[in-house]
Design a binder for this molecule. Structure first.
Ligand code: HEC
Length: 159
């Protein structure tokens, strides 16, 4: 009887081991920062290549273009998935053109208070485009040290 149990256990553990071999190692946790829509990115964007390919900072339009390219290559994303993915990337891995971006993208990507983001938009509307980070010093009510700390997320040209 003991032998039967032992061999049954043995078969069981072999089965578990081969299952694990088929399933492969658990996928490495993605290096994507937390944020709404992250799970959708992992589900939709991990089909053909690792999500570790998704890195760097881009503007919303640049991310949109990339995601549309991936959808045209066959990424399995509903319209809602596509929106969620673009929103996630535009904020969690976003860069903003302070001369063009929406108030809400400026607020989220640069982690500003909403009146500060509003002040940037209203300043550019009256005074014209910002040419460099120093121009942001002129925006009333904006804590310049906050934008300075996020300067790798700011651009002044492009979409
Ligand atoms: C149907 C397969 C497929 C899916 C699903 C897919 N991709 Fe891709 N992806 C590709 C292929 C193929 C390439 C290589 C394209 C090239 O560079 O020629 C690529 C390349 C990339 C690159 C590197 C090129 C670049 O412009 O930086 C990024 C980033 C990327 N994909 C992001 C994503 C994102 C975000 C998603 C989810 C919306 C996604 N991919 C889903 C097929 C896919």
């Amino acid at each position: 009887m003991k032998r039967v149990i032992e061999s049954a256990l043995c078969v069981y553990s072999l089965a578990v081991a081969s299952l694990a071999a088929v399933a492969g190692p658990a996928p490495a946790p993605a290096e994507l920062p937390p944020g709404p829509g992250r799970n959708t990115v992992v589900r939709v964007c991990g089909d053909c290549h690792g999500v570790d390919l998704i890195e760097g900072r881009r503007t919303r339009s640049q991310w949109r273009e990339l995601v549309e390219d991936m959808v045209s290559r066959g990424a399995n994303a509903s319209e809602d998935d596509t929106k969620a993915v673009i929103n996630y990337l535009a904020t969690a891995l976003g860069r903003v053109n302070v001369n063009k971006a929406s108030e809400s993208d400026i607020e989220t990507v640069l982690e500003l208070a909403s009146p500060e983001a509003a002040a940037i938009v209203s300043y550019r509307t009256t005074a014209g485009d910002f040419k460099s980070i120093d121009d942001l010093k002129n925006v009333p009510g904006l804590d310049f040290s906050k934008v300075e700390a996020k300067k790798d997320r700011i651009t002044f040209a492009g979409q």
